[in-house]
Design a protein around this ligand. Structure first.
Ligand SMILES: [Zn+2]
Length: 417
């Protein structure tokens, strides 16, 4: 039998980086099919003959309910196959390091060191084995640790003949570039609810995300020779700065944390004649989210009072919403996750608000409620990414507990009756 560590190392070595500038739709990078095909082959090897990859590079598979457990809800398990384009995921050379404390030399030759002072949470893992990189690439534990945990749990459930309700599995492409849910076939998947395994520390789960919008702001100026510009020139660059100054200066990503929302100016281009700005607007509270959008529109209106109609044109478009707006009426799904983590030996599971979105929040609004479970990776998107072996094993136990009929009966079915 495989181990979860064997799986993570095997998957980490497969190049499946998503690509902002790649093909339209999914997969953005055809190489993601290599990962998909490997997983389909492994599922077939486990006897899950219905596994397949579709034309959009989504891998689907189903485990029918054990006879006698058909009444249980169908539970979905989801992880993403791509790795972030932020750092190369090519030629990943994972290594297992027994951590005895202090700094970790990942690469003697190139003097790449993971410093304990910079990553204080390492102290939690003294005495444990860590799956690390050689310091030259990311590891891709985000989210191949999630895939490894799911497939290891499936292999163990099957070999132990452990009972379960219907399980629906999906491995998605292009999560890292925001397309992971775009071609997801929710109806075909057929789950009553699901969990993404795309989190961090194995003790922390998530069911709150931001509400998110993007604003494209165009500032229309009037260019004329500076020597003869008096009472004529309207400098779009200056007006753009003035517009930005109407937004609360301390409500930016650099000044906020926890449940505090923000406006983030992420692009600014322009000349005297015209300037454009791109903002993202984020807030966990739906009410404050709406207020923020109104505030940005009010700033545009104010600029137009000062400089004339259509000087500033703001186009605001919603991107995704906080999954909690839906989950607050389905909290048993969240409780099942927490109970499963406890059953896996995590004394006190914690949850924190995500300062971003997940595939799960898009899926939640497509009708598939979908909180996020931890997948044991740390320092995602960088060369210091690692996954503790013990945490990976706890992840497998969590998934097995999550689908255990006794627990599902107690937390979900009783609640529904
Ligand atoms: Zn991820």
């Amino acid at each position: 039998m495989d181990t979860v560590v064997d799986r993570l190392i095997r998957y980490a070595k497969v190049f499946s980086e998503s690509d902002y500038y790649g093909q339209a739709g999914t997969p953005s990078n055809p190489a993601e099919f290599d990962m998909a095909n490997l997983l389909v082959g492994e599922l077939h090897g486990l006897g899950v003959d219905n596994a397949f990859v579709d034309a959009h590079c989504y891998v689907y598979a189903w485990l029918p309910a054990t006879p006698g457990y058909e009444h249980l809800p169908a539970i979905g398990l989801i992880a993403h196959m791509d790795t972030t384009p932020d750092l190369t995921g090519k030629d990943v050379k994972p290594q297992i390091i027994h951590y005895t404390g202090g700094d970790i030399v990942l690469n003697q030759e190139q003097n790449i060191v993971m410093e304990a002072a910079r990553f204080p949470e390492l102290a939690k893992f003294v005495g444990q084995d860590l799956v690390c990189t050689d310091g030259t690439t990311l590891l891709g534990a985000d989210d191949k640790a999630g895939i490894a945990i799911i497939l290891q749990a499936v292999e163990e459930l099957l070999s132990e003949g452990a009972p379960h309700g219907k399980l629906c599995l999906c491995f998605t492409p292009d999560e890292e570039i925001g397309r992971g849910a775009s071609n997801f076939d929710v109806a075909g998947f057929g789950a009553d609810f699901a969990y993404t395994l795309d989190g961090g520390d194995i003790t922390d789960y998530e069911y709150e995300t931001f509400n998110a919008a993007m604003a494209h702001v165009t500032v229309n100026g009037f260019s004329i020779h500076p020597g003869t510009a008096k009472d004529k020139m309207k400098n779009a660059l200056l007006m753009a700065m003035e517009f930005n100054a109407l937004l609360p200066a301390l409500e930016t990503p650099g000044h906020t944390e926890g449940y505090e929302g923000f406006f983030h100016l992420q692009e600014m281009h322009g000349k005297v004649e015209q300037a454009t700005m791109v903002y993202i607007i984020r807030d966990h509270s739906m009410e404050r989210f709406k207020e923020r959008k109104a505030m940005l529109e009010k700033a545009a209106a104010q600029m137009n009072l000062r400089y004339g109609a259509d000087t500033v044109v703001a186009e605001v478009e919603d991107q995704y919403y906080n999954m909690y707006e839906v989950l607050k009426d389905r909290m048993e799904i969240v409780h099942l996750a927490e109970e499963a983590m406890k059953a896996a030996g995590i004394a006190q599971p914690t949850h924190s608000p995500i300062r971003g979105g997940t595939d799960g929040c898009m899926l939640t609004y497509k009708g598939l409620p979908c909180p996020n479970l931890p997948s044991a990776g740390h320092n995602a998107h960088g060369r210091f990414e690692y996954a503790p072996v013990e945490s990976l094993k706890t992840g497998v136990k969590t998934v097995k507990a999550l689908v255990c009929p006794t627990l599902v009966e107690r937390v979900i079915v009783k609640k529904e009756v």
